[in-house]
Design a protein. Sequence first.
Length: 57
Amino acid sequence: MSSRLSPDDQQRVDQYLNAPQHQVQRQPFRVWRLLLVILAAVVGLGLLSRLLSRLVL
């Protein structure tokens, strides 16, 4: 894919993106942790809804 920027503008963009403040070290994505959080949220909200239904009825 060719850039639509002029070479000078592309050089400025590359310098900006390579600056230390724009280099963020990220931890690897953990699928199982995300699934565990989602499962805990669904179970927790389900239990909360059952508790509220017993209090109302």
